[in-house]
Design a protein around this ligand. Structure first.
Ligand code: FES
Length: 203
């Protein structure tokens, strides 16, 4: 059975930092990128999405209250507006801080009929964590997700910006071993790749 509708028991959004608590953590590179992206759009509101991707990279893959506040501050928007955008789109990590690698398991129709629940349960059993949870070593978070738009490769797993499919138990074993030996966070890498796409996007 799908676990998508199960809310994480500890899910709650962070408290809004006060003006005195606001710490600006964007790197020089991030500030330059944001200034460039501001020129791509007719107004600063339109820059919230790419600004959040920069923040997701700069804050290690998680948009906590400080990250939301920094984007709001740099784009002269309200905290509530930026928070509303960030929590609307599931690719922004707002529910919990993910591990170094987020394993997204599609259990939608095509993947379901091709054994996605069996694969999901195998990953859960191997890692000892459930939907929305992170392993104790901080390496892996697993999340059950809706259709990843790669149904021809069902059952599909997404890790960072890479799709894997069709996967079976042996594929999962190899994938987890590869990820354990990878120095770079696939969560942070994906955010960086999406920022690069936005920077290329000016017509
Ligand atoms: S149903 Fe899994 S990718 Fe479409």
């Amino acid at each position: 059975m799908s676990e998508l509708l199960q809310l994480h028991p500890r899910y709650e959004r962070p408290r809004i930092p006060t003006a005195e608590e606001l710490i600006l953590r964007f790197s020089d590179k991030a500030i330059t990128e944001l200034e460039e992206l501001k020129t791509h759009y007719p107004d600063l509101k339109s820059c919230i999405l790419p600004g959040l991707w920069i923040a997701q990279r700069e804050y290690g893959g998680f948009l906590d209250g400080g990250a939301i506040a920094e984007v709001a501050h740099r784009l002269h928007r309200s905290y509530a507006e930026v928070e509303g955008v960030a929590t609307f789109y599931s690719m922004y990590n707002t529910a919990h801080k993910p591990g170094k690698h987020k394993i997204e398991l599609c259990t939608c129709l095509s993947c379901h009929v091709c054994g996605a629940y069996r694969i999901r349960d195998y990953v859960k059993q191997k890692l000892g964590v459930g939907h929305g949870e992170t392993t104790a070593d901080g390496l892996f978070t697993i999340e059950e997700v809706e259709c990843l738009d790669a149904c021809d490769r069902a059952p599909v797993i997404q890790v960072g910006d890479t799709y894997h499919g069709p996967v079976d138990e042996a594929y999962v074993d190899r994938l987890l071993d590869e990820l354990r030996n990878q120095s770079e966070s696939t969560v942070v890498k994906m955010a960086d790749e999406i920022v690069k796409v936005h920077l290329r996007g000016k017509s």
